[in-house]
Design a protein around this ligand. Structure first.
Ligand code: SAM
Length: 233
């Protein structure tokens, strides 16, 4: 079941969303997870699975799960994880709910650029935002707003992690630059102004500590919210 918490205005016509229709999601692992990661962005899927293994916890919120490849292949800490999937588009939610049924995930349809409804839940000890930032258009005030929104649903000391294809501060090959520009023109990427410096500033503004690793044209990041102080509830 999908809990629909999307604002009235969240349209299915949102630019770039047709990429995540059900039939295309079947190809997503082959084209995006395997081929593009290796041949275009030069950040192999194994590195991203390791990133999940390192940071995922047993009370996890996945924003923009796509085909659910990483959640399907990563190692959760022992025990049965409490998993919530959030996406603007119901197709990835349905697809992942089936693929990850062994975890019985909660699925919430919501826009990460909007204030998150209480239905999403809170107190997550990890939140992943993998390959989502480069898809997000710039709202007034900048897409950094997602860090504020997601920090609000993190438990004290919780971790936000993920990765994103950047246009600035990373090395592009002729091929990767061509595809990056093509995807921008098609409206599926909105990363024209995304760079390493901007990502550092945004994470530093919203989290107690963070780190960024650049691999090919991709920044892998992890940021930790301020831990609870002794005496806090
Ligand atoms: C490029 S896919 C990434 C999929 C997956 N995380 C991965 O790394 O393979 C982007 C995902 O973000 C979702 N998405 C895009 N814009 C969103 C928004 N404003 N709010 C919530 N989800 C969004 C898309 O529907 C899709 O599932």
């Amino acid at each position: 079941m999908i809990i629909d918490a999307s604002p009235e205005s969240a349209a299915f016509g949102f630019e770039g969303q047709p990429y995540y229709e059900n039939r295309r999601l079947r190809l997503y692992d082959a084209v995006v997870v395997r081929a593009s990661n290796r041949l275009l962005w030069r950040c192999p899927k194994q590195r991203l699975v390791e990133h999940y293994d390192e940071w995922i916890t047993s009370r996890h919120l996945e924003v923009g799960p796509g085909s659910g490849y990483y959640l399907d292949h990563c190692r959760f800490p022992a025990g049965s994880p409490e998993l919530t999937l959030l996406d603007l588009n119901p197709d990835p939610l349905r697809f992942c709910a089936r693929r990850l049924r062994r975890y019985t995930p909660r699925c919430v349809r919501a826009d990460v650029l909007e204030p998150l409804p209480a239905l999403v839940g809170s107190g997550f000890t990890s939140v992943a935002l993998n390959y989502v930032l480069h898809c997000l258009p710039e709202p007034p005030g900048g897409k950094e707003v997602v860090f504020r929104r997601l920090r609000e649903v993190l438990a004290p000391g919780g971790v936000l992690f993920g990765s994103t294809v950047l246009s600035r501060g990373v090395r592009h090959t002729v091929l990767s630059r061509r595809f990056n520009v093509l995807y921008q023109r098609q409206g599926s990427f909105h990363n024209q102004f995304d760079g390493v410096g901007r990502l550092h500033r945004a994470l530093a503004a919203h989290f107690a500590t963070h780190r960024i690793e650049v691999r090919g044209s991709v920044a892998l990041f992890a940021a930790r919210a301020t831990p609870a102080r002794p005496g806090d509830e």
